[in-house]
Design a binder for this molecule. Structure first.
Ligand code: PGA
Length: 262
């Protein structure tokens, strides 16, 4: 059975005091969730800005909440002013790293080729990559969404061995749905997730593709999460804006069909 995951991507938000407040509020809510609750099986990931990672990691119950970075350097340590390396992230107990988010692709010119290298460095240092893919509005209007996503997956990931590939998480995030309040319909999400899984099956086989968690991202909130998470190939969400509100994030975690959690 695939891991069900809800990951909160804080992006470039929250002062130190705000970060602490979000975590404190979230911790209060999490304490209300008993071990017997089916939702205690959901893998919860929080991705604060780099500067808050260490603090957030110390404030949360690490058995229940995993920590992600939002990016890492494409190179190892050394003279790369302003960069943060995968090994540094590992040294402060980071578990995951989001790679290839559309904001990184668009504003920081990250290409599939660069991302493939980041994937390797992250895996080498024991970080689990959450690899993002997704088409823009123009690409969807031109009905190119499958072609674009296939290219992002093939060029960014398909150099990995089956063993390496089995470790990663994928997030399908249509760019037109990110931060816009427009969510993909459950049919659109299911169609793309099933397509991504079929692309993986062709390269790595069914056993591998069946084991990979594919998250949906793009204006996911407590109102639409239930319908999205009920889709056969949707294994959870990568949540931006709504993850900054502890109660909203907590509700999203409880949006899975309990029988899908074991
Ligand atoms: P959003 O962002 O939930 O604010 O749309 C999602 C993401 O970019 O990961």
């Amino acid at each position: 059975m695939r891991k069900k995951i809800v990951a909160g991507n804080w992006k470039m938000n929250a002062s130190k005091a705000e970060a602490v407040a979000i975590i404190k509020n979230f911790t209060v809510l999490m304490k209300k969730m008993s071990h017997a609750s089916p939702f205690s099986k959901v893998t919860i990931i929080i991705a604060p800005p780099f500067i808050h990672i260490d603090n957030v990691a110390q404030l949360v119950n690490r058995k229940r909440i995993k920590i992600a970075a939002q990016n890492c350097a494409v190179v190892e340590n050394g003279a790369y002013t302003g960069e943060i390396s995968a090994s540094m992230l590992k040294s402060i107990n980071t578990d995951y790293v989001i790679l290839g988010h559309s904001e990184r692709r668009t504003y920081f010119d990250e290409t599939n080729r660069v991302l493939a290298k980041k994937l390797d460095i992250a895996l080498m240092h024991g970080l689990i990559p959450i690899y993002c893919c997704g088409e823009t509005l123009d690409e969807r209007k031109a009905e190119k969404q499958k072609e674009i996503v296939q290219k992002q997956i093939t060029e960014g990931l398909f150099h990995l061995s089956p063993k390496e590939f089995s470790k990663i998480v994928i997030a399908y995030e249509p760019v037109w749905a990110i931060g816009t309040g427009v969510t993909a319909t459950s049919d659109q999400a299911q169609e793309m997730h099933a397509f991504i899984r079929s692309v993986i099956t062709t390269k790595y086989g069914k056993a591998v593709s069946d084991s990979i968690s594919i998250l949906y991202g793009g204006s996911c909130n407590s109102k639409n999460a239930k319908e999205l998470f009920a889709c056969e190939d949707v294994d959870g969400g990568l949540v931006g804006g709504a993850s900054l509100k502890a109660d909203e994030f907590f509700e999203i975690i409880q949006s899975f069909e309990p029988s899908s959690l074991r």
